[in-house]
Design a protein around this ligand. Structure first.
Ligand SMILES: [Zn+2]
Ligand SMILES: [Zn+2]
Length: 812
């Protein structure tokens, strides 16, 4: 064919884009792109996403298809683009087609997103009509999931419904060339929400709310601030007195507070960051990022090693760019986040220093997100409320993340991530609901190739969280048009989530063992099917044999598992009391390690015969390190008796309880104030420079048994020899890592499996997780770790969903 024939040649293509492509500025993007390339045609929304027809020169159409994915708007998450040829009709104009009625029902809802650079520029521009306006947003940023009441995602079905757009906002909203085209929360000072500052009695503080709130913060007061997914409590992060007041009023004794800093530079003054950490911090999802503190940046005394630093000379220092010791006691890390709403940006600028920004709740209750509830529950904590009249529809906590070896690791997947779906390898034959775990609950609704994991619901142990759980499930069912036919739940018969599942009618139920769900979650996170050696180390999970598991080596795929190894079980004296009081686990482990303890541990000739710990201790003969018995002398013998008789002392192979026992023996703590605290502080204590390790025997199986008591004995002997507790803590960590490596190697030899999946909350322990992954990799294993969902119980719902799905597919 001659050259002239090609010049005038036109083609027309039907294009379909699936993924998160509605409510994110996709149609204006397509419109502008087509206009730039001189293409005719149209673009519109329908039930599956965005459809377009483009017509023009072949090169231009080709460029259009390339740009579609490459240059998509920041909030778009394209899952699939397909194109099919059509007959050209000579069309040269490009138009936006009206949406089909009900057309957005199956489309995906975007997560809430941090204020974009364009909006920030307007926010800071005195000539802009939205200058200093705390609710500025556009199609590329702002609230989404937290304001959506129902689908289709349209303003009347959001909490913006009561704000009628002014003429200027309406013009922007309807202009395809505008950045605010079809941005549902678009508004301005003339027509949108307004800030107010309230006293705890609900009366209005006169004057500019933002300036006044910043003034209160600078004077050391606690201010409740309404955010995207709920209320925060804010305080001057540099003020020892303010942080301490917030702690005592919240009844939060030790758990670290998150800190919001103005920008990356401010973050860099407090913490050390690699490129991945900085990218995570600055990402539009804006999680709280756990980062290593810079030496001298207000590091509080780290447990035994540095006690006494706390508070020294810092009280009243004000907003000096350091962080008060009371913000994150005994922790080498600090949880930082950057502002993610215009209100945060304005507040941080006004305060001119880092602020504590912690969840608006008392103790472990769910965060307050309605105005009335916030005033009621936080009235005794906050000195004032910086609030506004845009409603929050869905309570959504901040997400928490960490960059590990250059890779994102989520500790809590919530605001900024939910409800974005995760793709799975094997499509679900029937729609699935997975009810998740008891603690750190999330649920998951899944259909076809997608799993929609909920925001963080919390611990399902009070009415309020259970209500979030049941309401949340109904909300997700509507939003994503999923009617579950298959319901997965934990094996534990008494969990509220199990009871909930059992109460549903017209569905098939599947029980999924807790640690199998962990490993399946890790597989799904990595797009893998198994079989693998699954190492599931966590606190508590109901085992297939009715005991409490938690230090498990499973040979598992998505459909099933075999318990190939585990920590040797020990009694948990007092049941859940042993979780709150790690010294009880110390007693159980010591008694299991050396029956008759402490007699068996005391050098011959030193120990009086037939002694009880109290007698030994009062005689001044207890070797160093056995102080745990002395500290808990009053109840020690009774607890040992509970353990021996097996009365209210269920057996557990939990790795979390082993860490608890060692933490108590070393003297880190006997009683915890938040879940996992003893283990967290044990890790913080451990000397990073120490290379020595303890050795635990592996008793032949199947299933193999790891003698945790060997590690406990080694700890005691080292302490008795006067070894530094920080060194002992490190050697214990290395010992656990070494025995995991050894166990995996034995299983590889037996089963021929070369892939290991690591899951369970214990792997949030950075020292342990990093070492285990490195040791296994050095041994030639392929190591799967989590990145898209947490390794803790927040990831359980995904695991349950894929297990249910694969079992269902096998039946079908
Ligand atoms: Zn924006
Ligand atoms: Zn307006």
């Amino acid at each position: 064919m001659g050259q002239t024939g090609r010049v005038s040649q036109r083609i027309r293509m039907a294009v379909r884009v699936e993924g998160i492509v509605q409510g994110v500025g996709f149609r204006p993007f397509v419109y502008a792109l087509a206009a730039r390339l001189g293409l005719g045609g149209l673009v519109g929304n329908d039930v599956d996403g965005v459809f377009a027809e483009v017509e023009g020169a072949p090169a231009a159409v080709k460029e259009f298809l390339l740009s579609l994915e490459r240059d998509a708007p920041p909030l778009a998450r394209i899952e699939r683009v397909t194109a099919a040829p059509l007959v050209p009709d000579g069309c040269t104009v490009f138009a936006i087609a009206p949406s089909e009625p009900g057309g957005t029902r199956r489309a995906l809802v975007s997560a809430d997103t941090a204020t974009c650079a364009d909006c920030l520029a307007e926010l800071a521009d005195p000539a802009d009509r939205r200058y200093g306006y705390p609710f500025i947003n556009c199609t590329n940023c702002g609230p989404r999931f937290t304001i959506i009441r129902d689908v289709p995602y349209d303003r009347p079905l959001t909490t913006m419904a009561s704000f009628a757009m002014c003429g200027q906002c309406a013009a922007e909203y309807h202009d395809p060339a505008d950045r605010r085209f079809h941005a549902q929360p678009v508004c301005c000072p003339a027509c949108g929400p307004r800030l107010s500052l309230l006293r705890p009695d609900g009366t209005v503080v006169p004057g500019d709310p933002l300036t006044a709130a910043a003034g209160l913060l600078r004077r050391g007061q606690v201010v409740a601030v309404k955010g995207l997914g709920g209320y925060h409590l804010a305080a001057d992060a540099a003020s020892e007195a303010a942080a301490a007041a917030l702690r005592s009023r919240k009844h939060r004794e030790d758990k670290p507070f998150a800190v919001m800093v103005a920008d990356i530079d401010a973050a860099g003054r407090l913490c050390e960051m690699d490129a991945a950490g900085a990218a995570l911090l600055a990402s539009a999802r804006r999680p709280i990022v756990l980062l290593a503190r810079r030496p001298g940046a207000g590091l509080a005394g780290a447990g035994l090693a540095g006690a006494g630093l706390a508070g020294a000379g810092l009280a009243g220092a004000g907003l000096a760019g350091t962080v008060a010791a009371a913000v994150a006691p005994r922790n080498r890390e600090l949880g930082l986040m950057l502002p993610y709403t215009p209100l945060h940006h304005l507040l941080l600028r006004e305060v001119a220093g880092p602020i504590v920004l912690t969840s608006g709740n008392v103790s472990d209750e769910p965060i307050a997100y309605t105005d009335a509830d916030a005033l009621k529950r936080l009235g005794g904590i906050a000195d004032a409320f910086l609030t506004h009249d845009r409603g929050i529809h869905v309570r959504t906590d901040d997400s928490v993340a960490r960059a590990v070896r250059g890779r994102q690791t989520l500790i809590r997947r919530s605001r900024g991530y939910a409800p974005e779906p995760l793709g799975v390898r094997t499509a679900f034959r029937r729609p699935v609901l997975a009810c998740g775990a008891e603690l750190k609950n999330t649920f998951c609704l899944a259909k076809e190739g997608r799993a929609f994991i909920s925001q963080h619901i919390g611990d399902l142990e009070n009415y309020e969280t259970l209500r979030s759980f049941t309401k949340g499930i109904e909300h997700f069912k509507r939003l994503f048009d999923i009617t579950p036919e298959l319901v997965a739940h934990d094996l534990h018969p008494d969990y509220l989530s199990t009871t909930y599942a059992a109460g549903l009618s017209g569905v098939d139920l599947t029980a999924v063992q807790h640690h199998h769900a962990h490993i399946a979650s890790c597989l799904a996170d990595n797009g893998a099917d198994g079989p693998v050696i699954g190492v599931a180390f966590d606190g508590t999970g109901y085992g297939a044999d009715g005991t409490i598991w938690g230090g498990e080596f499973l040979v598992a795929d998505l459909a099933g598992f075999e318990r190939a190894g585990h920590l040797s079980p020990v009694p948990m004296p007092g049941g859940s009391a042993a979780i709150r009081q790690p010294w009880r686990m110390a007693a159980a482990y010591l008694d299991a390690a050396a029956p008759g303890f402490p007699a068996g541990l005391v050098p011959a000739g030193v120990a009086p015969a037939g002694l009880v710990p109290a007698g030994l201790v009062s005689a001044g003969l207890a070797p160093a390190g056995l102080d745990v018995a002395r500290r808990n002398e009053a109840d020690w013998d009774a607890v040992i008796q509970l353990a021996r008789r097996g009365v209210n002392a269920p057996l557990t192979s939990s790795a979390g309880r082993l860490f608890d026992a060692v933490a108590a023996i070393i003297g880190v703590r006997d009683v915890i104030n938040y879940e996992g605290q003893a283990a967290v502080e044990l890790e913080q204590l451990a000397d990073p420079a120490e290379r020595g390790s303890y050795r635990a025997r592996i008793l032949p199986g199947p299933p193999l048994q790891v003698a945790g008591t060997d590690l406990v004995l080694a700890v005691v002997e080292d302490l008795a020899a006067g070894t530094d507790p920080a060194v002992v803590a490190a050697r214990f960590h290395h010992g656990v890592a070494a025995v995991i490596e050894e166990c995996c190697t034995v299983l590889r030899d037996e089963r021929g499996l070369t892939v290991v999946a690591l899951s369970g909350g214990v792997f949030q322990n950075l020292m342990l997780g990093t070492e285990v992954a490195a040791r296994l990799a050095a041994r030639g294993f392929e190591v799967l770790v989590h990145s898209r969902v947490p390794c803790n119980d927040g990831g359980i719902s995904l695991g349950q969903a894929v297990v249910a799905g694969v079992r269902d597919a096998a039946r079908g």
